[in-house]
Design a protein around this ligand. Sequence first.
Ligand SMILES: CC(C)(COP(=O)(O)OP(=O)(O)OC[C@H]1O[C@@H](n2cnc3c(N)ncnc32)[C@H](O)[C@@H]1OP(=O)(O)O)[C@@H](O)C(=O)NCCC(=O)NCCS
Length: 202
Amino acid sequence: MLNVSSERIGKQGVMPKPAGGITRVLSHRDKAAVLAHLLRLDAEDRYMRFFAGITDNGIRRYVDGIDWKASVLIGHFSGARMVGLAELLPSGPRWQRGMELAVSVEPHWRGRGLGRHLCESALEKARARHMRCVRLLVLHENTAMLRMVRAMGAELSQEAGVVTALIRLKPDMQAMALAAMAWAESTIAQALHLPRRQGRLT
Ligand SMILES: CC(C)(COP(=O)(O)OP(=O)(O)OC[C@H]1O[C@@H](n2cnc3c(N)ncnc32)[C@H](O)[C@@H]1OP(=O)(O)O)[C@@H](O)C(=O)NCCC(=O)NCCS
């Protein structure tokens, strides 16, 4: 069992794992690893993840369509191979400040807490982006995922075999305070026409 619950993603977005790999935030440069990971999912896993029998070409189109600026992707690597992926995607109107989360873990890595760890890491990222909630869509037969979202305190509602799991986020007070300070500094600098150096008043 991985001891992951108390881990945090650091400033560089890299989180060392106690055993068996590294979890880090991905960029568009990781596109090939994301594609390879999703292509390794079998038909049943793809159905659980995408709610449809998606083909290899469908997965290629999906990965081509990822909006890397608006989304946050977190991968867990064992060596060069990405064995787990959390995708935090833009969802709904911006004013609702919500995102959608989906996760996938390769079969040999399941049941060790990695899915939960990736979800928790994604929630932390959403909180840092001042999101108020994260939503997961889960097929009602997806026992592992439902167990996980229940353990994370999600509110569940079900319609036509699809469970919507809503996780409300507590605001990240430290991030809010830093954002407020940065905003105040920039407003004062503009008002007084002061030069700014490295984001701070000189
Ligand atoms: C769902 C999935 C991400 C879980 O990954 P994982 O690494 O095995 O998850 P964890 O080890 O963190 O386990 C999470 C919970 O599910 C439970 N669980 C894991 N496998 C299970 C299984 N086969 N049956 C029932 N419960 C299971 C664990 O016991 C754990 O609950 P606990 O904390 O109360 O013990 C993985 O099975 C997967 O990728 N499935 C295919 C894609 C998918 O369904 N994605 C979800 C779309 S939102």
